[in-house]
Ligand binder design. Structure first.
Ligand SMILES: Nc1ncnc2c1ncn2[C@@H]1O[C@H](COP(=O)(O)OP(=O)(O)OP(=O)(O)O)[C@@H](O)[C@H]1O
Ligand SMILES: O=P(O)(O)OC[C@H]1O[C@H](OP(=O)(O)OP(=O)(O)O)[C@H](O)[C@@H]1O
Ligand SMILES: O=C(O)c1cccnc1
Length: 476
């Protein structure tokens, strides 16, 4: 039921018009990267798989649909036995992806494939957006740890929890979201709120009480009154008491003020007190830009608590992924289809396609080609060209290739085993390692090359000419 009404009305329409057995291929892709980002990290496939495997209409659903007075009885009866029976290919979660590359490709009866549009976009758009944002935040720390703190500011419970999962794929070390910890096995971690400190008659008493309760997980919030005059000296007192009792004092969190200056001073004070291993967590409205700036000022921050900006992707709050028909068929024979638009960026790529990534010998990604499924790239050298500025060419040599889309469902049966979340996180880090630094740069990144293969380019031009001819004839 997590769909737009028009999917169901179209489904009834297909059935009423006798074309519901028609087959279709849909591509899920986005057209533009989040502003400022040179890449995206695909995420959400596990949720897509869960959705497909559980896709059905129960009696309450059918009763509700019937109450809308829109749907015929025999259509609702058909929904009662609805299952997805088609094929799905997708890029594994954590893969580096670029505009126009199909992240998910659905092939099946139009009656089924149409229904998936809304839920698939909902799941993939959001998680891809947050995984991408998280990877940028993590990159900005230049080796620091990121604690995801966003649940309270997320756009609702699902966003907070799926967002924590996506953020973990993007490289955060932990989340404060307990449900995400339970559901996905993400390490949970946290400190205290200012209210804890305020609740005691003094800051020192509050720190001691916390240390008594959690002697081995003691990270103290030091900015309730005054970071350098009160918070850090009190934390040092309690830290030394803990260490004397044989515990390990974890460190402090600074949540306001000049994080670069305060962390440098706090570091010096902790070191002088002999608490060299104590870490400093910085938080307060952080995003990749502030982290980069604070880091550049020589801050002594080991871990960064990041909430609002990360979980809401505040600077780029949506990814515009779309789900477009690329081919239609009958009995397994497919005809490529194209969607024309005045806006050339919105003209779709026709046919059943794959994405091929070309690497050099050192494993760095050189370029991607969106190609027709049957195309092979075995020659020792290949000249690729920009599909808009076709004079821009590049010859690839001594390369190895990888296809990004992998089979996930065949005939409605899952053929893909879902990786553990920690494996996905490691894979995402390896994926990012394949990109040149210029493409990952936080500001004004270099544009990674994604071209159309010659086969796909020719097919697109041919279909565009055919559409144009059709229009001219009609006008004439
Ligand atoms: N050294 C720094 N360089 C750049 N930005 C910083 C630096 N230190 C802190 N910031 C960022 O500046 C922004 C505002 O910080 P500011 O010091 O005004 O907050 P605050 O008023 O102390 O905190 P709060 O309102 O939560 O009490 C925050 O996004 C913070 O992360
Ligand atoms: O700043 P974020 O990146 O969203 O990180 C989460 C924030 O949530 C907590 O603050 P709280 O909810 O108490 O609000 P405040 O610190 O903004 O007053 C925490 O102390 C962080 O500052
Ligand atoms: O544990 C923390 O310090 C925490 C958790 C959520 C939001 N801000 C801070």
């Amino acid at each position: 039921m997590l769909t737009d009404l028009y999917q169901l009305t179209m489904m009834q329409g297909y059935r009423a018009n006798g074309c519901w057995e028609k087959e279709a291929v849909f591509d899920l892709f986005f057209r533009t990267l989040p502003p400022g980002s040179g890449y995206a990290l695909a995420a959400g496939l596990e949720q897509v798989v869960g959705y497909i495997e559980n896709l059905h209409f129960d009696e309450d659903d059918l009763k509700y649909l019937s109450s809308l007075n829109l749907f015929q009885k025999d259509f609702l009866a058909e929904l009662r036995q609805f299952r997805f029976t088609g094929d799905i290919d997708a890029v594994p979660e954590g893969s580096v992806v670029f505009p126009y590359e199909p992240l998910v490709r659905v092939k099946g009866r139009i009656f089924e494939a149409q229904l998936l549009e809304t839920a698939l976009l909902n799941l993939v758009n959001f998680e891809t957006l947050i995984a991408t944002k998280a990877s940028r935040v993590v990159a900005a720390t230049q080796g620091g740890a990121v604690m995801e703190f966003g649940l309270r500011r997320a756009q609702g419970p699902d966003a907070g929890t799926f967002g924590a999962r996506a953020a973990f794929i993007g490289g955060v070390k932990s989340t404060s979201n307990v449900l995400a910890g339970e559901r996905y096995g993400i390490p949970v971690s946290g400190t205290q709120a200012h209210s804890w400190i305020q609740c005691f008659s003094s800051e020192l008493e509050a720190f001691r009480a916390y240390a008594k309760t959690f002697p081995d997980q003691c990270l103290l919030l030091v900015d309730t009154y005054n970071v350098l005059k009160s918070g850090v000296p009190n934390a040092i007192k309690v830290g030394l008491e803990l260490e004397k009792e044989g515990h390990r004092f974890l460190g402090i969190r600074i949540d306001s003020g000049d994080l670069a200056y305060l962390s440098r001073q706090a570091r010096r004070m902790l070191d002088e007190a002999g608490l060299k291993q104590a870490i400093i967590v910085g938080s307060n409205d952080l995003d990749e830009e502030t982290i980069w700036a604070i880091r550049g000022q020589g801050a002594a921050i080991d871990a960064w608590g990041v909430g609002t900006h990360l979980i809401t992707s505040k600077d780029a709050p949506s990814l515009g992924g779309v789900y477009k028909l690329a081919a239609e068929g009958e009995k397994g024979i497919f005809t490529p289809r194209l969607k024309v638009s005045e806006n050339t960026a919105k003209i779709t790529n026709p046919g059943i396609k794959k994405v091929v990534r070309f690497y050099n010998r050192e494993g760095k990604a050189l370029a991607d080609l969106i190609a027709l499924e049957e195309e092979e790239f075995n020659s020792p050298a290949l000249t690729i060209f920009d599909p808009v500025q076709t004079w821009k060419r590049k010859t690839l040599e001594d390369f190895r290739t990888r296809e990004l889309l992998v089979p996930v469902f065949r005939g409605g049966r899952r053929v893909y085993s879902l990786p553990e979340l920690t494996e996905i996180q490691k894979y995402a880090a390896r994926e990012l390692d394949t990109l040149w630094g210029e493409v990952k740069r936080l500001a004004n990144p270099h544009r990674y090359i994604v071209d159309l293969s010659a086969g796909l380019y020719d097919l697109k031009q041919k279909l565009l000419r055919e559409v144009n001819l059709g229009l001219e004839e009609r006008e004439g």
